[in-house]
Ligand binder design. Structure first.
Ligand code: NAD
Length: 481
């Protein structure tokens, strides 16, 4: 069985304890490799290597750092198919999705920041009659980047690229459930000639490796994406050490459908926004709110489309719904299907595990599920499920649509469907979410701020926001009269 290793100071190294965790292929339910179960000793080594690499890396020019980022982008791109296969095997996502979204986006993350940072004001002046002020933004030092299992390389690189371009060195920890592309990313760094210690990749569990990383005094900032409960732990532990933190967390996103929308486009996109990656995208719609006068029509058409989705082996090009990424997560999803029924919901389609004949017989599949008949205040509509389950909820008018949208502790994203742009704009301004889409979903310009409000996030990623996060401003004031 293949044993993965940490990537520290430019080399692959085994964990000090020689302890490993099983990594499963969710489509088969079988263990296919093992990943280091790193502890504080491994973290210490990685942070020290990031500390040692910092002076030289941070003193390179922006152009010099950009060359490394562009080379990394090229190298991922040249191995796109290979990386897509790894990502699909680790997560259970359809290979078509890994090939068209996950890996291309990892490439774009590096290309984008290599280019965009040249527009960032690392230094600027504010002058008046009595003083000249020079504001400089400097890198922080070694930073931690911690990412989840749903979009492994996509989110891993979304943090690493801006951290590196601004001159920080990094200790990055991918999810222990989906470590393979991050493991292989060490090869890309070596081939790109990235100086040793600039990026260190540590594997292991959140409670041990993750905890040792966020608690290490050498780490100046933590960029985290994952669950809200983990975000709370990170916020609590890092506060007394005054570390900078950026937290991207869970969601319970509404899709608001008005009767005056472009119906066919809406229907097709809402199916995608609900079930892409088995509903395991933080931005997926989970509460589909539909204007009363088209509720029955929508319910019939939506259910028809959802029940036609092909659940299958992720390596088949025809598969639209792959497997759930872990067995505990499958169990959680099934628990919510039971809960929804206890709360009075009706399952309109789906609701059952799926057995796929052949190599995937032991895999963790569940039917895409649509539920109605639930009030918004019930647990099914309030708690993040993060799986292929949506509820549909009728609403009367604009006011009620806003109220239901905001009646949640989360505030990550929302999607609004109407041809009346004034109405859409009113809703967009009144819904408490960090990312709002009008008549589209998952369209991203990487310059825009990304993140959530309320319990969905603290801080923003993307564009200038994340470059600000990974730098510290200093004002140098000189009196001139
Ligand atoms: P998780 O919080 O369990 O784990 C995320 C990462 O944090 C993993 O690498 C894990 O090992 C690490 N971790 C866990 N406990 C830790 C601790 N105490 N200290 C330090 N690190 C720790 O989340 P998950 O189950 O991997 O991912 C699913 C969640 O991620 C969902 O809630 C989803 O909404 C959220 N998510 C949010 C976004 C966003 O941009 N807002 C994007 C993707 C996923």
């Amino acid at each position: 069985m293949e044993l993965l290793s940490n990537f520290i100071n430019g080399a692959y190294v085994n964990p000090k304890s020689n302890n490993y965790l099983d990594v499963f292929e969710p489509a088969t339910g079988q263990v296919y490799c093992q990943v280091p179960n790193s502890n504080g000793d491994d973290i210490h080594l990685a942070v020290n290597s990031a500390i040692d690499a910092f002076p030289e890396w941070s003193s390179l020019s922006l152009d010099e750092r950009s060359v490394f980022l562009n080379t990394i982008a090229e190298m991922i791109e040249s191995r796109l198919d290979e990386f897509a296969k790894y990502e699909s095997r680790d997560t259970g996502k359809p290979i078509s999705l890994a090939r068209s979204v996950d890996i291309p986006r990892a490439v774009s993350n590096f290309r984008f920041f290599a280019e965009y940072a040249s527009q960032f004001e690392f230094e600027f002046n504010i002058n008046n009659d009595s003083s000249h002020n020079t504001v400089i933004r400097s890198p922080l030092g070694p930073v931690a980047c911690i990412s989840p299992w749903n979009l492994p390389l996509y989110l891993f690189t979304w943090k690493i690229a801006p951290a590196l371009i601004t001159g920080n060195t990094v200790v990055a920890k991918p999810s222990e459930l989906t470590p393979f592309t991050a493991f292989k990313f060490g090869e890309i760094c070596k081939d790109a000639g990235l100086p040793a210690g600039v990026l260190n990749i540590i594997h292991g569990q959140g409670m041990t490796a993750g905890d040792a990383l966020i608690s290490h005094s050498g780490i100046k900032a933590i960029s985290f994406t994952g669950g809200t409960d983990t975000g709370k732990v990170i916020a609590t532990k890092s506060a007394p050490m005054f570390k900078k933190i950026s937290l991207e967390m869970g969601g319970k996103n509404p899709a608001v459908v008005f009767s005056d929308c472009d119906y066919d486009t809406m229907l097709e996109t809402v199916v995608k926004s609900s079930f892409s990656n088995q509903g395991q995208i933080c931005l997926c719609s989970s509460r589909i709110m539909v204007e009363e006068n088209i509720y029955n029509k929508f319910r019939k058409d939506f259910v028809e489309k959802v029940s036609a989705l092909i659940v299958g082996d992720p390596i088949e090009d025809s598969t639209q719904i792959g497997s759930i990424t872990s067995k505990p997560h499958l169990d959680k999803v099934m628990t919510y299907i039971e809960l929804a029924q206890e709360e009075g919901g009706t399952i309109l389609t789906g609701g059952k595990p799926v057995t796929i004949k052949g190599r995937c017989e032991g895999g963790w599949f569940v039917e895409p599920t649509v539920i109605d008949g639930l009030i918004n205040s019930c647990r099914t509509n309030q708690e993040e499920i993060f799986g292929p389950i949506v509820t549909i909820i009728p609403f009367k008018d604009e006011g009620e649509a806003i109220d239901i949208s905001n009646d949640t502790e989360y505030g990550l994203s929302a999607t609004i469907w109407t041809e009346d742009i004034d109405k859409a704009t009113r809703l967009a301004r009144n819904i408490d979410a960090g990312v709002i889409w009008i008549n589209c979903w998952l369209v991203r310009d990487l310059r825009t701020p990304f993140g959530g409000m309320k319990q969905s996030g603290m801080g923003r990623e993307g564009g200038t926001e994340i470059l600000n996060f990974f730098t510290e401003p200093k004002n140098i004031c000189e009196q001139i009269s």
